[in-house]
Design a protein around this ligand. Structure first.
Ligand code: S3P
Length: 450
C-alpha cells in the first residue's frame, strides 16, 4: 500500500532529449511554515504559489483542527485566518500528518506551549521516525509527550501551561528541530535561544521576522545563535512561495544526464541554506546557468537553465555542505552514476532517518540497476562510468519515500533499459505534477510497472 491508497507501480524508459520549461510547484518547507505562522498571526495571511502536495494539505487540515480558518481560493492561492500566538484550540480529533516529518515536528512545536493536548499520527513511514529529537527540547519548556517506544508516533503532547524560556543547542543538523523550538518559544515570556553548529535552512527565522517577531541571529564560535523574544503579536503577511529547489532538482538532474537536453526551470528559490546541490553539480562540471537573479518575498530566486553535460566527473562533496542539500543526495547519486569516477558523500548520517533510510534505499536500487555503490553509517560513494553507462532494467522499492521514487524514475531516463519503482504514490506528497511535467519535457513514464 502507498501512503494514501494502493501502490502505484511506475516505469521510466530511456528517452530522447528533455526540452522546454519546467514550472515546478511551490517550496514545501516555505508552504508548511506559511500555513503554521499564518495560523499563529492575528488576521488574514494571503499565500500564493502554495504547494498543494499531500504533506502540505495535511498541515492545512491540522491548522484548521487547531482553530485557524484555512481557505483554498484555487490556483495556488490560499488564505489563513489566524488565531494569534497562544490562541490554538484543542483539536477534537487525532492530527494525521500523513508522510510529513516537517509537518508533525513543526506543529508539535507550535502547540507545545499552549495548555491544550493533541494526539499526532502519520503513515507507516512517519510512525517509524524519531520524535524524541523534538520532544526532548520541548520538555525543557514543560511540555509532556506520551508516545510509543523509542519516541515514535502515535503520540500525545500536553502543552505547557506555564512555559519557561529555553536555551537549546541542537545536537543534530535539523531545521525541523530548530524550528520546533522557535515556534514553541513564541508563546513563552522572555527569550528563547537556539544554537546550531551547522547552518540549516533558515525559512523559519526569515518568516518569523517577516511576521514581526523580534529575532536576532548571531554568528558565534559555537555556531548560529538565534534569539527569539516571546509573545509577539504576529502581523498577517502576503506570501509568494518560491518554487521548490528540491523539486527542481529532478528535471534539472534529468536534463544533465539525458543526451541533447536543454531545460529551463523559472523562479526557483535559491536560499543559500538550500542551494548546495547546484554548487555540487557545477563542481562536477554540469552546464547550469542562473539567469535573472532576484529577491521575492525575502527569498533569493533565479531562473535556472540545465543542459546535457556529458563530461561530468565524480567529486568529494564537502561534508559541511550536507545540510544545504540534504534532500538532494538521492538524485545526486543518479547524476554521479552518469559522471566519470567516484562521487564520495560524507557526513550524511541524517539520510538514514528521512522518509526512508535513503542511503540504504538508493544503494540497493542502484546496485540492482548495475551501479557500484559503497556505504558506511554516515557516508556513501557511487562509482560513475559516464553518461549512458547505467544498465537499468530493475524494479526498485520506494519505501513510501517520494524522493526515492522520483530519483529512480530519473535514473531510467538515461539508462540502457527502463527502471521501475514498486510504488510512485508517495510522489504526490511533494511533487503532485511530476508525471505530466516530466512527460511534457519528453520523459517516457508509465504506470504499468515492470
Ligand atoms: C525540512 C528540514 C529537513 C528536510 C525536510 C524539510 C524543513 O529535515 O530534510 O525535507 O522544512 O525544515 P531535517 O530538519 O530533519 O534535516
Amino acid at each position: 500500500m502507498s501512503a494514501h491508497g494502493p501502490a502505484i507501480p511506475m516505469s521510466s524508459a530511456p528517452c530522447g532529449p528533455l526540452t522546454g520549461t519546467a514550472d515546478v510547484p511551490g517550496d514545501k518547507s516555505v508552504s508548511h511554515r506559511s500555513l503554521i505562522l499564518g495560523a499563529m498571526a492575528v488576521g488574514e495571511t494571503k499565500i500564493s504559489g502554495l504547494l498543494e502536495g499531500q504533506d502540505v494539505l495535511d498541515t492545512a487540515k491540522a491548522m484548521q483542527a487547531f482553530g485557524a480558518e484555512v481557505t483554498n481560493h484555487g490556483d495556488g492561492k490560499w488564505s489563513v485566518h489566524g488565531v494569534g500566538v497562544g490562541g490554538f484550540a484543542e483539536p477534537d480529533n487525532v492530527i494525521d500528518c500523513g508522510n510529513s516529518g516537517t509537518g508533525v515536528r513543526l506543529i508539535m512545536g507550535a502547540m507545545a506551549t499552549t495548555p491544550i493536548s493533541a494526539t499526532f499520527t502519520g503513515d507507516a513511514s512517519l510512525n517509524k521516525r524519531p520524535m524524541a529529537r523534538v520532544t526532548d527540547p520541548l520538555a525543557l519548556f514543560g511540555t509532556q509527550a506520551h508516545g510509543r517506544a523509542g519516541g515514535r508516533l502515535p503520540m500525545t503532547l500536553v502543552g505547557a501551561a506555564d512555559p519557561v524560556p529555553v536555551e537549546y543547542r541542537v545536537p543534530v543538523p535539523s531545521a525541523q528541530v530548530k524550528s520546533a523550538v522557535l515556534l514553541a518559544g513564541l508563546n513563552v515570556p522572555g527569550q528563547t535561544v537556539v544554537i546550531e553548529r551547522e547552518a540549516t535552512r533558515d525559512h523559519t527565522e526569515r518568516m518569523l521576522s517577516g511576521f514581526g517577531a523580534q529575532i536576532v541571529v548571531e554568528d558565534t564560535e559555537g555556531g548560529h545563535r538565534i534569539t527569539l523574544t516571546g509573545q509577539p503579536e504576529l502581523r498577517p503577511q502576503t506570501i509568494a512561495v518560491p518554487r521548490d529547489p528540491s523539486s527542481a532538482a529532478f528535471p534539472v538532474c534529468a536534463a544533465l544526464i539525458v543526451p541533447g537536453s536543454d531545460v529551463l526551470v523559472p523562479g526557483i528559490g535559491l536560499n543559500p541554506t538550500r542551494a548546495g546541490l547546484y554548487q555540487t553539480l557545477q563542481d562536477m562540471g554540469a552546464d547550469l546557468t542562473f539567469e535573472n537573479m532576484r529577491d521575492e518575498g525575502g527569498e533569493p530566486v533565479a531562473d535556472l537553465r540545465a543542459r546535457f553535460s556529458p563530461d561530468m566527473t565524480g567529486i568529494e562533496v564537502p561534508p559541511e555542505r550536507a545540510a544545504s542539500m540534504i534532500d538532494e543526495y538521492p538524485v545526486l547519486s543518479v547524476v554521479a552514476a552518469n559522471a566519470q569516477g567516484v562521487t564520495m558523500m560524507r557526513g550524511v548520517r541524517e539520510l538514514r532517518v528521512k522518509e526512508s533510510d535513503r542511503i540504504d534505499a538508493m544503494a540497493t536500487g542502484l546496485r540492482a540497476n548495475g551501479v557500484e555503490v559503497d556505504e558506511g553509517e554516515d557516508w556513501w560513494s557511487v562509482q560513475g562510468r559516464g553518461a549512458g553507462s547505467v544498465s537499468g532494467g530493475a524494479t526498485c522499492a520506494s519505501h513510501l519515500d517520494h524522493r526515492i521514487a522520483m530519483s529512480f524514475l530519473i535514473l531510467g531516463m538515461a539508462a540502457k533499459k527502463a527502471v521501475s519503482v514498486d510504488d510512485g504514490g508517495p510522489i504526490a506528497t511533494s511533487f503532485p505534477i511530476f508525471e505530466p511535467l516530466m512527460a511534457a519535457l519528453g520523459a517516457d513514464l508509465s504506470r504499468s510497472g515492470a
